[in-house]
Structure formats: C-alpha cells, structure tokens
Design a protein around this ligand. Structure first.
Ligand SMILES: *Cc1c(COP(=O)(O)O)cnc(C)c1O
Length: 467
C-alpha cells in the first residue's frame, strides 16, 4: 500500500493553465482579426463532426482542439468592432470572475450550498437597486437573461393580478381563471411575446398601444386600465433605443392597481448615467423591471437581473419547496428564479460593478452614447438618413434614394472584417442598425467603421456626399 496518491485536481490545474494561454492569445489577436470568422474557419468546423471518442483523451488535447478549430470560427463579439444585437463584450474583471467561478464550481441555490454566492447576491442586489434608484424593498433574481427576467416578472404579475380576484394561479392554473388584461406597446420585443406564450397568457391576447415615430408608446393611446391589467413597457427599443413614458403610464396604472412591467434589457442602464437619466424619468414607479448584465454592463452571457416591488408575488410564483430543501435554504435564490441548480452568476455583475465603480458605469454609458452620436453625424454627412432620435446607444440608418442597396452594403462591410452589424426594418423603411454597447470600442474603432461603410458604399455606387 502506498499513500502517494495523486491529487486528481492537478489535472484541472494543468488544463486551466493551458486554457488560459489559449484564451489570452485569443484576446490578444482580436483587434487585428476580422470580426466575422473567415469562410475557411467555418468550413473547418466540419473537422469537429466526428464520432464520440471511444477512449479517454488527454483533457489538455481536448481543449487545444477546441481552441485550434473553435477560436477562428468565433464572431469577435468580445472585441470592439461588433455593433450588432445590442451586446457588449466582457469587462476585464468579469473575465476573471468567470475563471474563479470555474474553479469554485459553486451551487448558487442557497446559503447552505454557497455562502459566498449568497453574500455576493445580497450585496450586488443592494448596489443595483441603489444605482438605478429602485425601491430598497424589491426582490432581485439573477437569471440567464432578459427573456427569463421577463418570465419571472410577468409570472409574478399574473400571480398578483389573479390573487386580487380570489384566484391562486400556482395551484389552480389558468383553466377557468378570471380574466387578465394585457396591454403592450406595438413595439414589444419578440421575447416578451414568447414569454406571454410560455405563461399561458397568449402572445396575441394583448391590447397593443401605438407608438410615436421613435417607437415610444403614445400615452394618449393607452387604453383604460383595470385592477387586473398588466402593462408591458419598454426602456430601450431594440432598434431606436426609445424609452416609453413609463412614469406617466405608472401614474395612471397606480390609480386602479394595474401592474406595470419594464423590459429594460439594455435601456435600464440609462438610469445609471447622469446624461441619460432624464430619458427614463419616473420608471421607478413601476412594479417590476428587468435588465441584462450581458448587454450594456458588459458581463459574459447568461446574466440577466429581475427586480420586483412585490417580493411575495415573485416568491409565490417561483418558490421551490421539498423536504430536503429546508434548513439553510430559507428565502433563497431557488425561490426567486426558475432554476434550482444554477451558477453563481451574480459574481460577474458584482465584479463588473466593483471594478467600474459608480463613475465607471456612468462613463461606460456616456461613452457608448457618444459613439452613437459620432457615427450618426458622420453617416448623415455622407448622405445617409438617420431614422431614429439618437439619444441612447442605437443608430438606425437608411438612405433617401438607395434603401434597397443597403442589405448589400451590410454584407460588404461584414465581409471586409472591419465591423459587424445587421439589417433592420424600422417604421416601414429598410436599413441597418448600429449598436454601441461595448466597453472595448474606442473612437478609432468608430472611425474605422465609418471608413469601412464609405468604402463599401463607394464600391456599390451608393451615393455618398463626402468621405
Ligand atoms: C435583448 C432584449 C431582450 C431579450 O434579452 P435576452 O437577454 O437575450 O434574453 C428583451 N428585450 C429587449 C428590449 C432586448 O433588447
């Protein structure tokens, strides 16, 4: 018998060291590579399409294979030249928090399973409520993104609005339930419609409210609200960045006991910047709010945050009870979000907020908005048409006479590797959409974007006034 046993975790250390060197080499190359992967890199992915190995492999070799074939086939969303889909990169501290979290392997279910993740959730919740100026009594749930945040907030709204009518939706379900009156902007995000389907409320069972030319709800179009209304508002239209008049809507809702929800996937961050806070005035009067960490705060993905003014409703809608979940599991994350087992995802939010500080968040939001204005001004002076009011980080671009050529323009710029963004359709016009959401983006990247657009426009004979 020998007591010279090998610690199996030395294997993890060996793999982590090798992964870190691949990961750092990847980040180092990002500013010089094409944002979109090359066709060759995508073709080479077929080499991953093998049978599952019959025998165990060296885990370092496993990760090396992933790095060799995978890294070139990524879209460089972690860099500063990705302007699609309102997503940012990952702040340096959040890259670190992910590495630490990988080593920790915490189960963020309760105090019993992870005191550190519970503490970080409590602190991060407090910081976020204070940063946004939301009521301190709100319950906070850390979810995978705004879609799931909308899910838990609307589940809480459904619970509360039916409870008032003597109906316990958790036990009685929706079959035969009293009515709910769902009101939403005609510009509602597709994921909100999906959530309405998931909750059995029906994506089409919605009274739609007309919006102005920038996509914000027209307050005089709001229907009469009732004690069983749920009003779905938006802070940050996915095209224009428009913010609904949430304060005015909430004032009307409060008179009758209607519930107001705010989908603020990225736009809620307007509240965290002194330049934009006025755009979202009165939003704190709503009943529930959701935002993403992985968009404008620049945490890695799978990071959304839901806030609810009525903790009991959220708890009733989400609680998970079982005999083995008793001591040390009281008032735990498992009772605020759908998942029982999940990662300690608040770590990333904490790391982002701690490393930026209040001033750093303010600066991040301000800088992205400034980049949006820079791009809009340059494109306008080139003869493009800007379709939205550029008050936040979004720019919707069209052309007065060559709208139909813009899809080719987008393809051409993306193929150049200089930048990445997508087409859109806004208020009946075709065009493209630029989102400035990344902490990595520098003024020089915006200049590079504009030059790439000018070059492609020239090649496609799209009239531009000057370059
Ligand atoms: C991105 C977005 C969503 C969906 O968020 P996920 O984090 O992708 O689930 C919902 N609403 C708005 C306004 C968005 O921009």
């Amino acid at each position: 018998m020998t007591n010279h046993t090998v610690n199996p975790l030395h294997e993890s250390i060996r793999v982590m060291e090798s992964s870190l060197s691949s990961a750092t080499a990847y980040l180092d190359e990002l500013s010089s590579r094409s944002v979109a992967p090359s066709e060759q890199a995508v073709t080479d992915l077929a080499l991953l399409d093998t049978e599952m190995p019959t025998q165990a492999q060296d885990p370092v070799a496993t990760i090396e294979l992933l790095s060799r074939l995978g890294s070139p086939a990524t879209v460089a969303t972690a860099g500063g030249r990705f302007y699609g889909l309102v997503v940012g990169g990952s702040l340096p501290a959040t890259v670190g928090s992910r590495v630490l979290a990988a080593a920790w392997d915490q189960l963020a279910t309760s105090q019993a399973t992870s005191p550190i993740s519970m503490q970080i959730e409590r602190t991060t919740s407090k910081w976020l409520l204070s940063l946004f100026g939301l009521p301190a009594e709100c319950s906070v749930g850390f979810v995978s993104g705004t879609t799931m945040g909308n899910f838990i907030c609307l589940a809480a709204a459904r619970t509360a609005q039916l409870a008032k009518q003597g109906w316990d939706v958790e036990t009685q379900g929706l079959v035969g339930s009293p009515p709910l009156h769902i009101v939403a902007s005609e510009e509602i995000h597709v994921t909100v419609s999906k959530v309405l389907s998931m909750l059995g409320l029906g994506s089409a069972n919605v009274e739609k409210v007309k919006t102005d030319s920038n996509g914000a709800m027209l307050i005089d179009q709001l229907p009469e609200l009732t004690p069983h209304s749920i009003v779905l508002t938006q802070a940050g239209n996915v095209n224009s960045g428009a913010i609904d008049p949430i304060g005015a809507i909430a004032e009307q809702a409060r008179k009758v006991g209607a519930w107001v929800h705010v989908d603020g996937a990225f736009g809620l961050w307007a509240a965290a910047c002194h330049n934009t806070r006025d755009l979202i005035k009165g939003f704190e009067l709503a009943d529930s709010w959701v935002t993403d960490g992985h968009k404008w705060l620049n945490t890695p993905y799978d990071c959304g945050i839901a806030f609810c003014r009525h903790p009991q409703a959220m708890h009733n809608a989400m609680s998970t009870v079982a005999p083995y979940l008793s001591k040390g599991f009281e008032a735990a994350p498992k009772d605020m979000v759908p998942e029982l087992s999940r990662s300690a995802r608040a770590l990333d939010v904490w790391a982002a907020l701690h490393s930026l500080g209040v001033a750093g968040v303010d600066d991040l939001i301000q800088r992205c908005c400034r980049h949006a204005r820079m791009a809009a001004a340059a494109l306008r002076s080139m003869g493009f048409e800007i379709l939205n009011e550029v008050t936040l980080n979004q720019v919707v671009v069209s052309h007065p006479s060559q709208e139909s050529a813009l899809a080719n323009l987008v393809d051409s710029v993306c193929a150049s590797g200089e930048a990445w963004f997508g087409v859109t359709r806004w208020k009946g016009r075709d065009g493209f959409r630029l989102s400035f959401s990344s902490w990595v983006t520098q003024d020089s990247d915006v200049e590079r974007l504009i030059s790439a657009i000018a070059k492609s426009a020239d090649e496609l004979s799209i009239t531009v006034l000057s370059k």
